[in-house]
Design a protein around this ligand. Structure first.
Ligand SMILES: [Zn+2]
Length: 139
């Protein structure tokens, strides 16, 4: 009799499709713009029913300084299972995750958005926990 099955080395499947509400994306871009040259950071929250649709951002209290890259006060994260990942801005034209970003992605959440200059519809990217780019539909 096998009491304990050996845990298979299963790769977590990537959720096929994420969506983000347009007004939520607009808010992200606005926050990124208004915080520039500092970074803005927050958490992504999905709809209570549509669990693949990001509808809200939870903005962290306090200012995030520009030179300490991507510092999220994770201990301030409310216990909220609708939070699926993070969002932050880069004070540059690159939306590529830094080493610190990747470290953070691996620890928290399934989807991570980075908004880069000029903080428009085309200058943001979404990543999974491994830092692989993922597609997000704006709805
Ligand atoms: Zn970053």
């Amino acid at each position: 009799m096998i009491l304990f099955k050996k845990k298979k080395n299963k790769v977590e499947p990537i959720q096929k499709r994420w969506k983000i509400a347009r007004n939520c994306l607009d808010l992200i871009l606005e926050c990124a713009k208004s915080e520039y040259p500092n970074e803005f950071g927050g958490f992504l929250r999905v709809d209570d029913d549509e669990k693949d649709t990001i509808t809200e951002i939870v903005i962290l209290p306090g200012t995030i300084s520009g030179d300490s890259h991507a510092i999220f006060r994770m201990n301030m994260l409310p216990i909220d299972f609708a939070i699926v990942g993070t969002v932050h801005s880069h004070p540059s034209y690159s939306a590529r995750p830094s080493g610190a970003d990747l470290h953070l992605f691996q620890k928290h959440g399934k989807i991570h958005i980075i908004s880069a200059k000029p903080y428009d519809e085309f200058s943001w990217k979404a990543y999974d926990y491994m830092g692989r780019g993922i597609d997000v539909d704006v709805i």
